[in-house]
Write a protein that binds this ligand. Structure first.
Ligand code: IVH
Length: 724
C-alpha cells in the first residue's frame, strides 16, 4: 500500500477503504492479521486525514465511521445491551497533549484521569443477570457479537456467579467489558506444545487467545458423544483434541475495563466501578491509576514504555479515561469512539538481524516483488525470517545491502518490516541488490506495466507458472470463492500434474479429474487408487462454490483493482456478469463505489480472449453468473424456518443452507418452538435432542428432498417427531 506519487485523492481513498476493510475482515474473522497493527494504524490515519482534507470523499459506510470487526458465521449472534465502541489513538506525546487540551477546553477544567494498560487481547462483553452469568460474547461489529458462552465453564478466570456484599450489592443486570488474553508465559508454553505436536504455532498471544476462545467446544462434545455411541475408532483422537481445547481455555485470563448497562446503584467514577466489580469477584487490573495532570499521565506512559515486558501479558499502549462518569457523559462519543478516552500507542518494537539475501516473488497479477531473507530472529513474540520489500525503489530508499545487519520491526503482530541497515556494522563485503531483468518463474523479460510505474511485472500473465499458481490459489481463497481443500499445495499439484490448465478449469473439476492426480488419491490395497478424504471434500466444496454470490465470482476472476468492495458494488448494482462485461468504462465508472480506474480495469480485463474463456469455462461448469437467481425462482419455503444439523447426504453444509434460502426459506442456527423443520443428517449435534424435546418435525435426507421439491405440506406428511 505504498503511496504512489501524484495519485488522485479519490483513487487513494478507495484503495485505503479497501485495504482497511480487508484488514478488518481478516483480523476479526480469521483470528489472523495480514498487516501489523502499526501498518493498520498508519492506513487508518491516512484515511481520516484524507477525508478531513476532502470531505466530499467521506461516506456513511467509510470504515472511519464504524468500529470495525465483523462476526463469523460459525457462532450464534448475541446483541450487546449497549454498543461496544472502539478507541481513538494517539501516536505521540503531542497527540496525547492535544487530546487532553481539547477535553480541558470543553470542560473548562482539568478532569481526573484514569491511566490503564492497553491489553493486547480479545474484547468481550459479559452480561450478569442477578449475579449469574447470562452470556459471554466477542465484540463482533460492536452491536452484535458471537456467542461463546458455552466455553465459560472451562475458563475459571471468568466468574459464573458474582458475589455481592452489603456495601456493594450486585445489580439486577450488569454488562461488563474486558479483555480476554493469554499471559505471555502460557502463550509461549502453548506454542512449544504446538510445535512439539507438529502443528504450526500461533503468530502472537492475541491470535492464540482469539483462536482459543472461538473454539466450538460444544460441537466437539456433541461429535464425541455420537462417535462414542457408534463405537468409532476416532474416539481417542477426538478425546485428546477436546482435552487440549479445554486445557487451552483454562489458560485464558480476563481483565475487566468497562461497563455497559448497569441496573442498580450506579457508581459515580470508573475507578469506583472497578472497586465494585472487583468486590464481586471480577478481575480488574491493579495497575490502573487515577492522576490529576497530564504530566502524571506522561509519567505513567513513560514507565510502562520502559517496563512493557515486565507485565504478564502483552500490551500495546496505555488507555487514558476521564474518571468521572457524569463527565464522560458530558463529553459523549462519536459513532466509533468515546471522546472521554484515548489510547496512547507505543511505537512498534525493533530488533536487529542479518539480511542474508534479497529474492523476488511473482504475484497473482504478475507484479515482481523483492523480499528480504533474514537470519531467523524473534520479535514481538514470534520468529521472523522473511519480509516484503515491496519494490526496487523501496530497496533503494531503505538503503539496505545484501549482507547488512538490518533493523526489523514488528509490532506485536504478523507482518514484519525491514527498517534499514545498521550502517556502522558494515564490513565492506555487502553487495547491492539488482532487480532481475527476466521473470524468475518463466524467463520472460520483465517490464513496467506502463511507463513511469514503480512496479515491474512479468507480462506472461496467461502461462507464467507463478502467476497461474497464485491465480488458482486465489480462486479458492476465503475472500473469493472460499473453497476449502484447495490450498497452495493443492493448486500447485493440479497445475503440475496437468489436471487444470488454468483457473478456468478449476470449477469444472469432477471425480474423474481428481482420480488422475497423485496428490488427491492414495494407493489402495488392491493396487488401484482412490480419492483421499480431502479430494472428496474438495468435490463437495466445489459444488457449493458454484452457487456462491456473484461478488465472490467477480473477486475470483483476478481483475486488477477489483477487491471485495468493488465486486460487491458491481454485483449489487448490475447483478449480472454478462451485463458487466458489456458495459463501457464510463458506464462502469458511474456505478457507486466503482469509479474510473476500476471501470477501465474491468473493460481491459474483458478485452482479453483467454479471460473471456475463463468465464465461459465457469459458465459451462455451472457457476452462477447472475445475482437474480434467489428472487427469480418460485419461493415454496416462504416463511418457513429450518434448522440443519449434521451432514445431509448429497449436500455440503453451505449447500443445504443455500438450497433452503433459494427456495425462499430461512435457516436458523438454533431450534425453538418457532422452528418449522429440523433436518437431521449424519453426525447430528445437540440440536437433534432439542428438536425431539420440543417435538419439532424432523426430516431425514429423503424428507429434506421432499421439502425442497414439494414444499412444507408434503414434508410435514413425511416428518417424524421421534428418531428419524
Ligand atoms: S476501554 C469505550 N480499556 O482496545 C472504550 N479498552 O483499541 C472501550 N482494550 O476495543 C475500551 N485494553 O478491547 C479499554 N484498558 C483498556 C483496554 C481496552 C485493551 C481494547 C478494547 C478496545 C480496543 C480499542
Amino acid at each position: 500500500m505504498a503511496r504512489k506519487p501524484a495519485q488522485e485523492p479519490a483513487q487513494r481513498w478507495r484503495e485505503l477503504v479497501e485495504a482497511v476493510e480487508d484488514a478488518r475482515r481478516r483480523y476479526y474473522q480469521h483470528d489472523a492479521a495480514t498487516m501489523s497493527d502499526a501498518e493498520y494504524d498508519v492506513l487508518f490515519r491516512e484515511l481520516v486525514d484524507l477525508e478531513t482534507a476532502h470531505p466530499e470523499l467521506a461516506s456513511a459506510d467509510s470504515p472511519t465511521q464504524s468500529v470495525g470487526g465483523e462476526r463469523s458465521e460459525m457462532f450464534e449472534p448475541v446483541e450487546h445491551l449497549q454498543r461496544m465502541l472502539s478507541l481513538d489513538n494517539a501516536f505521540s506525546e503531542d497527540e496525547l497533549a492535544a487530546w487532553a487540551a481539547r477535553i480541558e477546553r470543553d470542560l473548562g477544567a482539568t478532569p481526573e484521569l484514569l491511566c490503564e494498560l492497553k491489553i493486547d487481547g480479545l474484547a468481550v462483553d459479559i452480561v450478569y443477570d442477578r449475579g449469574r452469568l447470562r452470556s459471554l460474547a466477542t465484540r463482533g461489529d460492536g452491536r452484535v457479537g458471537e456467542d461463546v458462552t458455552y466455553n465459560v465453564r472451562y475458563i475459571p478466570a471468568i466468574p459464573r456467579q458474582l458475589t455481592g456484599s452489603a456495601g456493594h450489592p450486585v445489580p439486577d443486570l450488569v454488562e461488563v467489558r474486558g479483555e480476554v488474553y493469554f499471559p505471555t508465559a502460557a502463550f509461549e508454553a502453548l506454542n512449544d506444545e504446538m510445535l512439539a505436536a507438529g502443528r504450526s504455532p500461533f503468530a502472537n498471544a492475541r491470535n492464540a487467545g482469539a483462536g482459543t476462545l472461538r473454539q466450538r467446544v460444544d460441537r466437539r462434545e456433541a461429535e464425541l458423544s455420537v462417535m462414542r455411541d457408534k463405537g468409532s475408532t476416532t474416539v481417542p483422537r477426538l478425546e485428546a483434541e477436546l482435552e487440549l481445547a479445554k486445557r487451552r481455555l483454562g489458560g485464558l485470563q480476563l481483565i475487566v475495563h468497562g461497563v455497559g448497562v448497569w441496573q442498580g446503584h450506579e457508581p459515580s467514577r470508573q475507578s469506583e466501578a472497578y472497586h465494585a466489580l472487583r468486590s464481586w469477584g471480577l478481575p480488574t487490573s491493579d495497575r490502573a491509576k487515577v492522576v490529576g495532570s497530564l504530566a502524571e499521565v506522561q509519567e505513567f506512559v513513560g514507565y510502562y514504555g520502559e517496563h512493557r515486558h515486565d507485565v504478564e501479558h502483552e500490551i500495546d499502549g496505555v488507555v487514558i479515561k476521564v474518571d468521572d462518569l457524569a463527565t464522560q457523559g458530558r463529553l459523549g462519543s462519536t459513532s466509533r469512539a468515546p471522546r472521554w478516552a484515548i489510547a496512547y500507542k507505543y511505537p512498534p518494537e525493533v530488533v536487529r538481524t542479518r539480511l542474508l539475501d534479497i529474492e523476488v516473488n511473482v504475484g497473482r497479477t504478475g507484479r515482481v516483488t523483492p523480499f528480504a531473507v533474514m537470519e531467523p530472529v524473534k520479535v514481538a513474540g514470534s520468529t521472523v525470517s522473511m519480509a516484503t520489500l515491496h519494490n526496487q525503489e523501496e530497496v533503494v530508499r531503505k538503503g539496505v545491502l545484501i549482507g547488512d545487519l538490518v533493523f526489523l520491526r514488528k509490532a506485536g503482530d504478523v507482518i514484519p518490516e525491514v527498517l534499514g541497515p545498521v550502517v556502522e556494522e558494515r564490513t565492506g563485503d555487502e553487495r547491492a541488490f539488482v532487480m532481475p531483468t527476466h521473470c524468475p518463474s518463466c524467463g520472460t523479460p520483465l517490464a513496467p506495466a506502463k511507463e513511469g510505474d514503480v512496479d515491474i511485472r512479468c507480462p506472461n500473465a496467461r502461462s507464467c507458472p507463478s502467476q497461474l499458481r497464485e491465480r488458482v490459489f486465489h480462486v479458492a481463497s476465503r475472500g473469493a470463492l472460499d473453497i476449502e481443500g484447495l490450498g497452495f499445495k493443492a493448486a500447485m499439484a493440479l497445475l503440475d500434474e496437468g489436471i487444470v490448465a488454468d483457473e478456468g478449469d478449476v470449477l469444472g473439476l469432477g471425480r474423474d479429474d481428481l482420480l488422475r492426480s497423485q496428490f488427491f488419491t492414495r494407493a489402495e490395497a488392491g493396487g488401484g487408487r482412490v480419492l483421499t478424504a480431502n479430494a472428496e471434500k474438495l468435490l463437495t466444496e466445489l459444488d457449493t462454490a458454484r452457487s456462491r454470490p456473484l461478488w465472490r465470482v467477480i473477486v475470483a476472476l483476478s481483475i486488477r483493482h477489483v477487491g471485495p468492495t468493488a465486486a460487491q458494488a458491481l454485483a449489487r448494482e448490475i447483478g449480472d456478469l454478462d451485463r458487466i462485461a458489456a458495459m463501457s468504462a464510463e458506464e462502469l465508472a458511474a456505478v457507486e463505489g466503482v469509479g474510473p480506474i476500476i471501470g477501465r480495469a474491468v473493460v481491459d480485463w474483458f478485452e482479453v480472449d483467454w479471460h473471456r474463456d475463463v468465464v465461459e469455462k465457469w459458465r459451462a461448469a455451472g457457476v452462477l453468473l447472475a445475482e437474480e437467481r434467489v428472487e427469480a425462482g418460485p419461493r415454496p419455503l416462504d416463511g418457513v424456518t429450518v434448522v440443519i444439523t449434521g451432514t445431509v447426504e448429497g449436500f455440503s453444509r453451505d449447500g443445504a443452507t443455500l438450497a433452503v434460502q433459494e427456495a425462499g426459506g430461512k435457516v436458523s442456527g438454533s431450534v425453538s418452538k418457532k422452528t418449522d423443520f429440523v433436518v437431521v443428517g449424519e453426525n447430528p449435534g445437540s440440536k437433534y435432542d432439542k428438536a425431539v424435546s420440543l417435538g419439532r418435525p424432523i426430516l431425514d435426507a429423503a424428507g429434506f428432498a421432499v421439502l425442497l421439491e414439494q414444499g412444507p405440506e408434503a414434508a410435514a406428511a413425511v416428518a417424524t417427531t421421534g428418531a428419524p
